[in-house]
Every structure is written in structure tokens, then in C-alpha cells.
Design a protein around this ligand. Sequence first.
Ligand SMILES: [Zn+2]
Length: 444
Amino acid sequence: MDKIITEDEQKAAVKTLERLISVPSYNQQAEDGAPFGRGIRNALDEMMKICDELGFKTYEDPDGYYGYAEVGSGDKLFGIICHLDTVPAGDLGKWQHNPFKGTVIDNAVYGRGSQDDKGPGIAALYAVKALMDQGYHFNQRIRFIYGTDEEILWRGIAEYNKKEAPIDSGISPDAEFPLIYAEKGLQQSYLVGPGTNQLKLKLKNAFNAVPDSAVYDGPKQDEVKAALDKHGFEYTSDDNSITVIGKSVHAMMAPEGTNAVLRLAIALDDVFDFKPLDFIGKLFKEDATGSNVLGDVHDESGQLTFNISSLEINEDETRMQIDLRIPVTVDRDKLLEKLSKQVAEYDLKYVHFDYLAPLYVPKDSKLVQTLMEVYKEQTGDVDAEPQISGGATFARTMNNCVAFGGMLPTTPDYMHQANEQWPLPDMYKAMEIYAQAIKKLCVD
Ligand SMILES: [Zn+2]
């Protein structure tokens, strides 16, 4: 098959990516017209400028929540959903070069956002640009949609969905090839109950990680240690406190981790008579598939995962943070109703915090079939299968949309890490895959 992307277009895409990386865009203090900080707004402005220069029609939300760039005509809308914010650089000492000076080093585009998600966004943009330059006529509008708050709370894309027309189908280049057709529903909530003056706990952790340590500095430490020993739970201790040791993994893989908060709670439940603790000690135990509470919940997208990341107990209340990744075909309302009933037995009340609906585009749909076909043709990876994920991309916020690339399965994963970089051969391959895919989907 003839290649679409020329060497000139590869070079131009790299130059543009360098330009975009050079606008730092991690979340900062809100300002007027910059709800996620000046840096992200600058990156949005810069992206709109780039799209203008390439001949797209652009629209930038005046409040700075999102922007989009469009080409083609017709009623139907094909979306390519990207994000312009990045995570911060983190420990600068770990970077070998400036994370915010986009440059090619050792045959890779180097800098924060090169993989997530500025690089894949630019690769897809130049794929469409190549098709435009070669005179192809699109049978629908192609719209690049730029979110600005993907790494935090998705407020930018939510604003887009509130104000703008929905897409008919699309891709989000913000994960791995071949593609992700199913992402579990993501429910984050609290379990809240009465307080006690028997013990005080302040184990507060992010929703989405299995905690790898839990410190206890309250009364009855000898009994608590004896209970930990009885269960065979690992811990260290000094004169004042006990630290239970676990193993941290992302909440979407909770059953593979060791939850230090749960282990401490199980031991405390042996020592103290307090009903909310029984929920963990007598019912939930250490099973992060939640099966002791909700039964066996799974479908083709995998097993339910149930992470309890935080446990706070004081005189006034008990509060746990939970993160549920719900298989795509499961009835969420019924599941949560069952959970509410179960926790009520332990004086706990279920309280909603945040929900992301699942992504599910059937494997036999035209979109998935076409993208898989192109991916296989372009890579020779004929055994590739569409993937499921417990993670979350913007694809799930849109109709009939899947996560498609930009990383190849063989690309070293630098996302959210120091020395983020995207090897040029992988970037060029992604550009070609995007061009071929969009040609197949959006050109007659
Ligand atoms: Zn991303």
C-alpha cells in the first residue's frame, strides 16, 4: 500500500510538536480566562494558532475550557479527541534535559507531553493535514477536539460536551495501539458512618491507588501488633507507632496490590469493638474484586475492582474512600443499591462522589473493524486484538469513540515519568496509521 505521509510532513510534525512541548501546560492556579492556569491556556492558544496555520477552521472557547479545529463539510462529525494539559515535570533532577524545551535527542522527541498527549495529537493532526494536501475530499467533517483538564477532573471536555454538538464517531489518540473498545465504568464514592473516641485514624490517600503504607499511632499498640502477627501482615514499628506495609498498584489493578489500609483495619477490628470496622474486618477483608460484598461481578471487560484507599476515624465520623471499576455491561444502579444495603448493616452510608460512564463500542462495529484492519496492515501484527482497559480516556465522553494509539505496544512507556520522549520511528508509524485509518473512514 502506498504511504501517505511524506518525509517533509514527518519533519513538519516534529517541529510543531517541539513548539507545543515548549509551552508548559500542567495544572496551575486559575486565572481569568484560564480556569486551569495560564500555562494550559497558552498551550490552547498555541494549538489554535497551529491549526489555523495548517488550514483548519478553529474555535476557541472564550473561557479557556476547550478548543476545536475542523476540516471538511457535511452533517456528520468525526471527532479526534486529544488533551493539551500534561502532568507536571515532577523531580527535575531526574530529567537529563529540560522537559519544556521540545527537542529531538537520540532520535526521539524529548519533553513533557511528547507521549501524553501532545505527541499523538500532533501525529493525528499531520495525518489529516497530509490527506488535505493530497487533495482528498472528506465525506464528513473531521474535528480535533482539545481538552484542557484531562490529568485532573475532565472539566474542559465536560464543558465541550455541554456546549457543542456531539460527534457521530471518533477516536482518542491517548493510549496504545491497537485500540481500546471497552473501559470500565468508574465510580468513586465515600462510605460514611459514626465516629468513636476509642481510636483515631487519618489514613487519607488518592482514590485511584492501592495504599502501600498505613500508620497507626493510637492506643493498644501491643494488641494491634499481635493481631497483625496473627494474620501474617508485614509491618515495622517504633516506640510511638506501627506502619503496616503493602504494595501499591493503580486502583484498576487493585486485586494485584496489597492494601496496607485494609490490613491495618483488619487488625484494628480484632482489637476494637466498632461496627464500621467490621465492614472491612468481617466482610470485605482483603478481596479487591469486592466479591465478599457484591458477589462475582464480571463480563468480557473483566472483573469488578473495588479499592478502599482511605480510612479516617475520629470522634465525629468514619469515612472511607472507595474506587470501583465496573464492567461495561453491568447495571450500575443495581450494583450500587446492593452496596448501599450491604454497608448499611455496618452503620455506613454510601455517598456518591464522581462517576465516569463506561466506554463500549462492540468489537464487530464498523469503527473497530476498520481501525483494526488498518493497524494490522500497517504493522504486520496480524494477531492483534482490540483491548479492554480499567483506565480512562476521553473516548468514553463521546459517542461511538474508541482510544486508538498513539503508542505502539513496543514503545517504551514514559507517560507521567521523567525523560518523557517519543522515538521518531514510532511517531512516524503512528502518523501513517492515523492517515490510513482516517482515509478509510472519512474519504469516499
Ligand atoms: Zn493522556
